[in-house]
Each structure stands twice: as C-alpha cells, then as structure tokens.
Design a protein around this ligand. Structure first.
Ligand SMILES: [Mn+2]
Length: 296
C-alpha cells in the first residue's frame, strides 16, 4: 500500500453556511485522527485567501474567486502527492473542492474523461448557476467535472471536462432538484438513489459502482460527502438529510472490498464536516471509521 497523505481544504466558501472551513483543523487535532495508524501523514491544510470570519459574502458569484483559488491550490498539492507515489486524501471543507481534487487526479494519470468516480452523497451536486436555487458552489462540483457550469470551475487546471458520464456514478441520493436531475439523466450518469440501496442492499450497489468506475478507465476515486449518511449518524455537516446510509450497512462492505490493495484506487475525498454542528463527536468518529474500514 502507498503512503497515505492527508490534505486539508479549510474552505466553506462553496457552502451556504461556512462552518466547514474549520473541519480539517478539528479533524487533525482530534483523538480520532490520533488513533489512526501513525504512518498516515497530515501534509498540510490549505486555507482560503480570506476566511468567513474575516469577510462576509453571500453564496454566489462573489465567492467564486475564493472557491476557484482553493480548488487550484488543493489540485497542485494533490499532483505533488501523486508524483511522490503517495495516496492523497482530501479532507474538507465544502464539496466544491472536488472540482480541483479530481482535475488534479485526472491530469496526473493522463486520464481526462477516463477517470472513474464514485460520488457518495445525499445530493447530486450537479447544478449550474442557471438551475441552482441556493447559488452555492457546493451544489455544482459534479456538473463542473462533467463540463457544465462556470468556466473557471470547469477548467480548474486545464480545459474540461474531466469526467465522462459513463464512468461516474452517485450513491445515496435522496435530496435534489429537477434541474440537476435533468442534467445527469440527459448525460446518462448512473444514480443509485437511496430507494435502490434499501431494496438491493449497499453491497450489491457498491459492487455495481466499482465495476462501473473500473470499466474502461485508467483508475478511479471516491468522493464521500458525509451527508450521504443518515443525519442521525452524521449531524456535523452543512446540509444534513434524514433516511440516509447507515454505518452498519456500509462499513462491512468497505472493509471486505479491500480497496487498499486495489492499484486502480487513486484518491479519496471526505467533505462537509462542520464541527460546530456535530453532536458528541459522532461525525468525527464516522470519519475515522470510514478511513479505517476503507484503508487499514
Ligand atoms: Mn456534496
């Protein structure tokens, strides 16, 4: 197994509330992080040019320079990590950072439109400025990676699109708007809604997802928005949603999948941890246990 290297993205500029900007610091300083294998390295935490404590900006275009900047710097850090042949894990921060994370992984692997991505999330994150009700960029990174949306988010490192629809799937979706669903359906992206998971089980769905992201690609990654988990199990997120994934169903499957031994698995992202909203450190423990089940 490669050396595991954490990169913090301490930005909440893509969200409607900005508590996620404290997420990576809290995680790095927690007993949950200390309990992870000592060989796992925290490389750095990248902070935005200004934090939400320093200036106020409403969601929307005014936040774009900050979102773009953090995406670019996280992307460069990931490229450096991959060049060292290490395994990068991005710890958010809000989910808009994904536009940078996966642009970097694709460029490093020379896998533009040949990168697989499993997007585990309660939401679709596939809005553009034309369809979004919130104007917040954390609702748009998947659309951007597929080549739709603001120019600077679509083309973070190089000219987009990064992902091709047939190599992408979503797991755990249960809260979305028509505009983004229309885009994903039009593109033919496979969506495993929560109803399908309840019906077939997480195991069957995850195996389908793995097969999909491995077929015809040069590697794949996983982007985990903690709000994919039930709001009882992941209260510490910007946008909690009930009736979600349950750890007891997910963890045995992640453990058995042994992805740490899969050379095609190139990077991981865990986002939307908002420490102010957490209850009894439930979300911190969830993050630790996702990491241990996936990678130890
Ligand atoms: Mn998300």
């Amino acid at each position: 197994m490669k050396k595991i290297v954490f990169i913090g993205s301490a930005s909440g500029w893509g969200a409607q509330i900005r508590g996620t900007e404290k997420g990576p610091y809290h995680f790095q300083n927690s007993k949950e992080f200390s309990s992870l294998p000592s060989s796992w390295i925290w490389k750095e935490t990248l902070a935005p040019l200004k934090t939400a404590e320093e200036i106020f900006l409403p969601p929307g275009y005014l936040t774009l320079p900050y979102v773009e900047d953090i995406c670019l710097r996280v992307a460069h850090s990931i490229e450096e990590t991959l060049k060292n042949k290490d395994f990068p894990i991005v710890m958010g921060g809000d989910h808009s950072v994904a536009a940078g994370t996966w642009a970097a992984v694709a460029r490093h692997l020379k896998a533009k439109e040949k990168l697989g991505l499993i997007w585990i999330d309660a939401h679709m994150d596939a809005h553009t400025m034309e369809t979004t009700p919130s104007k917040a960029y954390y609702g748009m990174p998947l659309a951007a990676l597929l080549g739709h949306g603001d120019f600077s988010l679509v083309n973070v490192l190089a000219k987009g699109p990064i992902l091709s629809p047939q190599h992408v799937c979503l797991i755990g979706v249960r809260s979305y708007e028509e505009g983004e669903e229309n885009l994903l359906k039009r593109l033919g992206v496979r969506i495993f809604y929560i109803e399908e998971i309840e019906k077939r089980g997480f195991d069957a769905v995850f195996q389908d997802a793995l097969a999909l992201v491995k077929k015809g690609t040069k590697g794949y990654g996983i982007s985990i928005d903690l709000d994919a988990f039930d709001s009882e199990e992941a209260p510490g997120v910007s946008a909690p949603v009930p009736h979600g994934l349950r750890q007891k169903d997910v963890f045995p499957v992640l453990k058995l999948a042994q992805l740490k031994n899969d050379a095609d698995f190139k990077a991981l992202e865990i986002v939307e941890y908002s420490p102010d909203r957490d209850k009894n450190d439930k979300t911190l423990s969830l993050m630790r246990d996702i990491l241990l089940n996936l990678l130890s």
